[in-house]
Design a protein around this ligand. Sequence first.
Ligand code: ADP
Length: 360
Amino acid sequence: SSYLKLLEENRLLYNQVQDLKGNIRVYCRVRPFLPKQSDRRSTVEHIGENGNIVIVDHNKQGKDARKIFAFNKVFGENTTQSEIFFDTQPLIRSVLDGYNVCVFAYGQTGSGKTYTMSGPDITAEETWGVNYRALNDLFEISQSRQGIISYEVSVQMIEIYNEQVRDLLVVDGSNRRLDIRNYSQLNGLNIPDASLVAVKCTKDVLELMKVGQGNRVVGATVLNERSSRSHSVLTIHVQGKELASGSKLRGCLHLVDLAGSERVDKSEATGDRLKEAQHINRSLSALGDVISALAQKSSHIPYRNSKLTQVLQDSLGGQAKTLMFVHLNPEANAFGETISTLKFAERVASIELGAAQVNK
Ligand code: ADP
């Protein structure tokens, strides 16, 4: 069919773009339809090899109705949690070799961010998301290197809500605000002043995450009554010492569950909700600006435009590696949000394969 031919034509260009992309990867994941949904028309018409996805607007006809996007990988609705992790694992493991890694979950509320990062059911191991699998993997590998390298692992967990950074690991639940103005001068990998807790195993981290989740700010929106309106950052710090040489390394893994990317008007927001939405929109576009400036090897990287990019400055750019999961809700009525999500992702990935090529 015509779009298969189109995919083929774009392949060469796509491969060239891939080579330029360096340390930024973008994976797209489409969630399945939920049992209750009656309108089963999907906006996802085709997922090709080499990370292509064709989106269709059911309100339009012919060629105008279709847009093609390309990413490092696209995972369809039947992809399992372990398949997702398989393609994430090498990146995660590089933390133990002293790299800094950021994994982001991006998408509108209800598109599957929490599913990818944490999973739907902590008691069912096969449904575990990237977070738990990553931790298990890090602890397992560090165990297997015992006698060669000794590792110390510690954890921080913060939240950014309305451009305020809060420590989520304060046990009394007081939601302590952190001042990060001097952060860049400290030039360390920790977020200064945020609680830094040593951990020995995945179970320790799960306990801490429970504390952290309990301290997150949640608000009500029309889209999702208790959707999270803040970004949460779980940071795993690893310090290794090679026993023979005494040489040291440090790496860190940031697992970032971003606030929902839906546009303000959809939530019919006023007052506090409107303010939240504006902060979210602004910080997500600041993140997009930073990643796309990095992908284009721009001389100025605008880290200072949001708290999120300030906090992650040492782990975005340089030798650091970034993986962004962009999530799609396949429902026809989510078409508008789906397109804006894909446009964000495309900008981040610096890939230009939009409607222009499709309509040639
Ligand atoms: P978000 O964190 O983006 O708001 P959720 O992760 O809560 O979205 O997902 C919304 C709903 O869709 C949940 O009921 C979740 O279990 C379901 N869901 C999301 N992704 C998948 C998936 N890949 N497979 C099955 N169900 C999913």
